[in-house]
Every structure is written in C-alpha cells, then in structure tokens.
Design a protein around this ligand. Structure first.
Ligand SMILES: Cc1ncc(C[n+]2csc(CCO)c2C)c(N)n1
Length: 224
C-alpha cells in the first residue's frame, strides 16, 4: 500500500466501502483490462478538463487559507502542477483525437461534475484549510492508489498513458507532499493528537462525501 501519511490512512479507513467503490469502480477496471469504451474515455477526459479548472481554483483557495510559508508553497506547487501539467495532458490527448482546445473549454458541464467541484470549493469557502484539504485529498490520493495498482495489474496497453501518468514518480511524489501537508496542517491547528478532536469526525465525513462524489464522477464517465 502506498504511504501518503498518517491522516490520509485514517480517513481512508473511516470511509470504508465508499473508498473501495471509488478505487475499484467499473470505469477503473475497464481501463485495467482495456474494455472501457473509447467513447466513454474521451467523454470522461472532456469533463475532467472542466473539473480541473474548478479544482485548480480550489487549490488556489488553499493558498488563501494557508497560515505558513510551507503551506503556501505546497498549495501553490499543486496549483502550478495542475495548470501546467495535468490540464496540458488532457489538451494533448484530446487534440490527438481531433477535439480542439476551444471545444474542450466549451464542454457543457455535467451535474455530477458540477456537484463535486462546487462541494469542494464550498468546504473551503466556509471552513479553514483543514475543511478544504479533507475535500481535496480523496481526489489526489485516489488517483495515486489507482495508478499504482493498475501499473502492476493492467492486462491491456490501451490506457497505459493515463496509468503511467498517475503511477509515475512525479505524481507519486505529489501525493506524498499532499499527505505531509495534511498531517502538518492538522498538527498545527488541532495538535498531534488530532484524532481525539471533535473536529476529526466532521473532517472524515467531508472526506467520505468527496469520495462518494468521485464514485459519481466515474459513473458519469460510463454514461456519455
Ligand atoms: C475526477 C477527478 N478526480 C481526480 C483527478 C486527479 N487529480 C485531480 S487534481 C490532481 C493534481 C493534484 O491535485 C489530480 C491528480 C482527476 N483528474 N479527476
């Protein structure tokens, strides 16, 4: 199992079945064995491009909600990685498939997509960095776990580029950095024994809701 820090492991275990539904969704299994229809994958990528726009805004809000230079650095690095790397990956794949950048930008946003990113933004608007991170973390770490598992279990090369992106050293390093940010932000605001705080339950609930919104996002991917 990948090591993305203490708090993430606890939150994931508290999310139980929802985490499993997310990380082993039929969409993911279809990328593993190559049976995912190409049309569904392209539909997912277009929606994901819109998702990343709002997700970048949420990480930019993490800069706003930071209390230390270290926190600002970690959050701003993620904003930069998202805009300069991950969104570029989508633009590149879509262009190769004949979908222009203008078309990509104009993709009508599906309700499942909108619900997820606005939920994350709202967690940040109305709370502090911890509330925001609890909503952001399932997305970051989930793809890290899925990428690693598919890199060792895939039986088809069809979705290898996608798998390699998330299984790769760069992305795995980013997951570790976010895990450290989460642990240190919790310790700074609540104390080393953060699990004993009354806030912990609410943070775990936010994490689980975001995980369930990821499940809905995969499901949307299966229904172009
Ligand atoms: C629905 C959906 N969930 C998660 C990711 C993965 N992801 C989103 S932002 C980011 C970079 C670090 O925050 C990564 C890896 C995605 N692309 N789409």
């Amino acid at each position: 199992m990948n090591d993305y820090g203490k708090a993430f492991a606890l939150m994931r275990d508290a999310a139980q079945g929802s985490w499993r539904d997310y990380s082993r969704h039929a969409f993911v299994e279809g990328m593993k064995d190559g049976t995912l229809p190409h049309e569904a994958f392209l539909h997912y990528l277009r929606q994901d491009y819109v998702f990343l726009i709002h997700f970048s805004r949420a990480w930019a809000l993490a800069v706003v909600k930071s209390e230390t230079h270290e926190e600002m650095l970690a959050a701003s690095r993620t904003v930069n990685g998202l805009i300069s790397e991950e969104m570029k990956l989508h633009i590149g794949i879509c262009e190769a498939e004949g979908i222009s950048q203008d078309q990509l930008f104009a993709t009508p946003e599906r309700a499942e997509n909108l619900a997820y990113t606005r939920y994350v933004l709202e967690a940040g608007y109305s709370g502090d960095l911890l509330d925001l991170l609890a909503a952001l973390v399932p997305c970051v770490m989930g793809y890290g776990e899925i990428g690693t598992r598919l890199a060792s279990q895939a039986t088809s090369e069809t979705y290898q580029d996608w798998i390699n992106t998330y299984a790769g050293e760069d992305y795995q390093g980013a997951c570790k950095a976010v895990g450290e940010l989460l642990d240190s932000a919790l310790t700074r605001r609540i104390g080393a024994d953060f699990q004993a705080s009354p806030r912990w339950y609410r943070l775990c609930r936010t994490f689980r809701t975001a995980t369930e919104l990821e499940v809905n996002f995969w499901q949307m991917g299966l229904t172009p």
